[in-house]
Design a protein around this ligand. Structure first.
Ligand SMILES: [Zn+2]
Length: 305
C-alpha cells in the first residue's frame, strides 16, 4: 500500500494517532482525550482524532488501523465489552463508522496486540512479549515476527490468572487476580495520585525520595510485575519482555525495580538464575505510541499477521 496510512490507539483516557507514509515514517501525530461511556461517544471521539490527524498530515488516508481494548471482531470491525471505554456486550461498529469518515478501509485490532506489533516495529525485535500494564494487565506476543493472537483470540489475557486465592474480589468473578496486584489500578488504590499526574509516576518519585510507604508500594508492584514477566517468559520464552501501558510512564526506574524483583524471585532457583530474565526486561514509554504504530502497520498490510 502506498500513500498515507493512519494508526489509532484508543485508550481508556487518551487516543493517540500516527500518520505513516509509504516508507513507514511517522509524519504526523495526535494525542487527544478519549470520550467514553457509550459507543456513540467512542465513535465521535475516534473520528475526531482521525480528522485531526488527516489535517496535520495534510492528506487523505488510503488505509486506517485502530487498536482498541475489549472484545474485537476483526472480520466485522466491531468492539464490545470494553469496560474502560464504557462499552457493554453490544457491538460497536467502529470500522464502519470510521470508514465513512476516512473514505478508506478500516481494520480494528485488540489494542495490546497492536502495541506488541508496534513494539516490534519500533526496534525491539521480532520475538517479544509486550506486557500492557494500565488499568488492567494483559500480554501481546510477536513470535518469530508474527503476531500470536491465539486460537480464540485471547492469547495473553493473563490479568485474570489467580495469584492469591485470598486476594480481593475481581470484576471477573474470581478473587486475587494478577491485575489486582500488578496494574495501574492497583497502584492507584495503594498510592492515589494527588496532582493529576499518573499515580505510578508519583509512586516512583516518592520511593526515590525515600518515603518508606512509597518504597514498600513500589516493591509490591515490582514483585507482581516480575511474576507477570516470569509467567510470559516461562510460557513462550521471548527474547524481550516489554513493559508498556500507563505504568511505563514511570520509565527506566520501573524496569530497574522489576529487574531487582526478578533477581530476588530467582534466588534459590538455578534455572531462573541462569535464565536471567531481568536482562530481557525493557520499558517502552507511551510517547513511542506503539499501539498506533502497530495499528498503522496492520492497516498497511505489510506484515503477515
Ligand atoms: Zn479477574
Amino acid at each position: 500500500v502506498t500513500g498515507l496510512v493512519a494508526g489509532l490507539d484508543v485508550g481508556g483516557t487518551k487516543t493517540s494517532g500516527v500518520a505513516v507514509d509509504g516508507s513507514g515514517a511517522v509524519v504526523a501525530e495526535v494525542h487527544l482525550p478519549t470520550a467514553t461511556g457509550s459507543g456513540t461517544r467512542l465513535v465521535a471521539s475516534t473520528a475526531d482524532a482521525l480528522r485531526r490527524l488527516a489535517d496535520r498530515a495534510g492528506g487523505r488516508f488510503t488505509r486506517v488501523g485502530v487498536g482498541v481494548p475489549g472484545v474485537v471482531d476483526r472480520e466485522a470491525g466491531t468492539v464490545r465489552h470494553a469496560v474502560n471505554l464504557g462499552l457493554d456486550g453490544r457491538a460497536v461498529d467502529l470500522a464502519g463508522a470510521l470508514a465513512g469518515v476516512a473514505g478508506a478501509p478500516v481494520v480494528v485490532e485488540n489494542d495490546v496486540n497492536a502495541a506488541a506489533l508496534g513494539a516490534s516495529i519500533l526496534g525491539l525485535g521480532d520475538d517479544l512479549a509486550y506486557l500492557s500494564v494500565g488499568t488492567g494487565v494483559a500480554a501481546g506476543f510477536v513470535l518469530g515476527g508474527r503476531l500470536r493472537r491465539g486460537f480464540a483470540g485471547v492469547a495473553g489475557e493473563i490479568g485474570h490468572l489467580v495469584v492469591d486465592p485470598a486476594g480481593p474480589p475481581c470484576s471477573c468473578g474470581q478473587r486475587g487476580c494478577l491485575e489486582a496486584f500488578a496494574s495501574g489500578s492497583a497502584v492507584a488504590r495503594r498510592w492515589p495520585s494527588t496532582n493529576g499526574s499518573p499515580a505510578v509516576a508519583a509512586l516512583v518519585a516518592a520511593a526515590a525520595g525515600g518515603d518508606p510507604a512509597g518504597v514498600a508500594a513500589l516493591d509490591g508492584l515490582a514483585w507482581h510485575l516480575a511474576a507477570a514477566v516470569t509467567l510470559v517468559c516461562l510460557t513462550v520464552d521471548p527474547a524481550v519482555a516489554v513493559l508498556g501501558g500507563g505504568v511505563a510512564e514511570a520509565g527506566p526506574s520501573l524496569a530497574a525495580a522489576v529487574g531487582a524483583a526478578l533477581r530476588r524471585r530467582a534466588t534459590g532457583s538455578p534455572l531462573l538464575t541462569e535464565l536471567d530474565l531481568a536482562a530481557r526486561v525493557t520499558v517502552l514509554g507511551p510517547e513511542r505510541a506503539a499501539g498506533a504504530v502497530g495499528a498503522a502497520r496492520l492497516a498497511a498490510g505489510t506484515v503477515v499477521a
